[in-house]
Design a protein around this ligand. Structure first.
Ligand SMILES: [Zn+2]
Ligand SMILES: [Zn+2]
Length: 451
């Protein structure tokens, strides 16, 4: 063969060099299946590929790329916000975006709940787990088979409590030292304890086979959502969900939303809240809805044949998910209303209440408010601080006046206004010469009176 007619220009045309990525374009494990990897696990393994600590990678490579997010102090990120990374909130969005940019990949959102954001609220009770949890046997199996150990996305959901493959409960404590694990460990070894370096996966323990049908169904439903992530990302909209609900209302409850709500065991207004007010259901509520309908999430949303012959009748014996999980009854707080209230407080120069007072009145937490309304919260705190400062100055002025008057009075009565006498006179007013501004005023007054 003769290559003489191949020129450099030809090669340039034919060899397309893909753009270089800042970080290694590591592939997430199991994408598109029910055992897909979660974003947190992916980031830990990515740090491992670069031989650095996951915390260092996040603070040096990821956080600096994020607008608004890098203002969050790192300690707060690790204690409060890391758990929302696999949800649908703003941290999930920023982390996915930045990770995709740095690795030149386009499938990172599938390691989070983002494909389902149209119907899953951003932060809500009952969505993500408080501490990392894992199936001991899955991790042990990864190790024994020589595959890369990793944390499944499904494990990150609070309600995913049973591993369907091994029929065991997930655990969230190290089997050796009993400690909860941080979301991002100091070292990039994913299946060892952050504190004692023991293996998190063990096979030895014999456990009873789980026969809690509802827990197993919940795990199945979450696996169903994870494995349909791609379809959800491409197709799912809030409109579509409301359409499905409306067709159920028409088919089974003659168009009465309240009746369908009651048939399914929800409060009377639930369907109207979802359909008319267009609120997203809480995650446990959504799963409960699917459970009551006897359909997996993907069947409810993506099967185009209209649901036929469902045995829809209120089943009083059924355990509600809120019996597994306390806070399910809460609706996601109406953010627009909260925003208006906070804005009102910000614009009212006379309203100098502290953020703590305001969170108590709104029955919310500080974490929630500063997560969603950082600017307003900062302004409220600042106004409160300034008002305290103003009040302090005002009080000092009054005290100074008072000390001066007392000193003059004693002088007028022909008594020497000594430290002791003045101190005694101002004590009932909760003042003391130990305070610098009071002592200074007393001295200055004595000087003015020529003592
Ligand atoms: Zn397992
Ligand atoms: Zn340990």
């Amino acid at each position: 063969m003769v290559y003489s007619d191949v020129t450099i220009d030809d090669i340039d045309d034919r060899v397309i060099i893909p753009p270089r990525s800042r970080l290694f374009g590591l592939a997430p494990i199991g994408i598109g299946s029910s055992v897909s990897e979660g974003l947190i696990s992916y980031l830990i393994r990515l740090a491992g590929e670069h031989c650095i600590s996951p915390k260092l990678m996040i603070s040096a490579e990821l956080l600096p790329q994020m607008r608004g997010v890098n203002a969050v102090r790192h300690a707060e990120f690790h204690t409060d916000y890391a758990k929302t990374l696999q949800s649908t909130g703003k941290f999930a969005q920023s982390f996915v975006k930045v990770t995709e940019q740095l690795t030149c990949r386009s499938d990172i959102s599938l390691t989070t709940t983002l494909p389902w954001h149209a119907i899953v609220p951003s932060i809500s009770s009952g969505l993500m787990t408080q501490h990392p949890k894992w199936c001991s046997r899955c991790l042990a199996a990864d190790r024994v088979s020589g595959k890369a150990p990793y944390f499944r996305l499904v494990w990150g959901y609070k309600l995913y409590q049973v591993c369907l493959e091994h029929q065991t409960y997930l655990v969230d404590e190290c089997p050796w030292c009993g400690k909860h694990q941080p979301f991002f460990p100091d070292h990039a070894v994913i299946d060892r304890c952050n504190y004692c370096y023991g293996w998190l996966g063990t096979q030895a323990v014999e456990e009873a086979i789980i026969n809690d049908e509802q827990r197993r169904w919940t795990s199945l439903a979450i696996e169903d959502m994870v494995s349909h992530g791609l379809q959800a990302r491409n197709e799912l909209t809030g409109e579509m969900f409301r359409g499905k609900l409306m067709s159920l209302v028409n088919t089974y409850a003659d168009g009465h939303k309240t009746r369908l709500s009651e048939m399914l065991g929800f409060t009377r207004s639930t369907m109207a809240t979802w359909i008319t007010k267009q609120r997203k259901p809480l995650f446990p509520q959504f799963l409960y809805l699917c459970h009551q309908l006897g359909m997996l999430p993907s069947q409810l949303l993506f099967d185009n044949s209209a649901p036929q012959n469902l045995e829809l009748a209120y089943k009083p014996g059924i355990k509600k998910l809120h019996q597994i999980l306390p806070k399910i009854g809460l609706q996601e707080p109406p953010k627009a209303d909260i925003y208006l209230k906070l804005k009102g407080i910000c614009n009212d120069a006379n309203d100098c209440r502290s953020l703590t007072e305001i969170t108590a009145i709104l029955s919310l937490t500080k974490t929630y408010l500063s997560y969603w309304f950082p600017t307003e919260c900062k302004l409220i705190s600042l106004k409160h601080k300034q008002s305290i400062h103003r009040m302090t100055i005002q009080r000092h002025k009054e005290q100074i006046l008072c000390v001066r008057n007392i000193t003059w009075q004693l002088h007028g009565q022909g008594i020497y206004p000594s430290n002791r006498l003045v101190a005694k006179a101002i004590a009932p007013l909760k003042m003391s010469l130990l305070k610098p501004h009071i002592r200074a005023t007393h001295r200055q007054t004595l000087r003015n009176l020529n003592y």
